[in-house]
Design a protein around this ligand. Sequence first.
Ligand code: ZN
Length: 130
Amino acid sequence: MTDKELVESALDARKNSYSPYSNYRVGAALLCEDGTVYTGCNVENASYPCGICGERTAVAKAVSEGHRKFSAIAIAGSSEEICTPCGMCRQVLYEFAPQLKVLCSDSKGNFEEKKLSDLLVAGFGPESME
Ligand code: ZN
């Protein structure tokens, strides 16, 4: 799976986005170390805080299927700006993969590669509790 293919999966995952309130569709594609890919989209709610981002949807799908080792995630938004993960998603991703490769894409598939450890500096993770 190339970076470009993972971004394409994230772009495709946007089609299931349920975002009637923000009208901002997000898709995510999470690549496990064994090559499995889990996709996710944002799922909003009339009670706004109950909504969940595409990245966390993908993480929940993967972990609930027994996967915890991740090598990359692609995130695609629906504007001309690249879509970067929100703070809550950065924290959730950090739990499993502090060195995760994060591919941040705009609505057309133009993307930038970032490192989670740069996006969440001095993050708090499981090792912090040892
Ligand atoms: Zn988020």
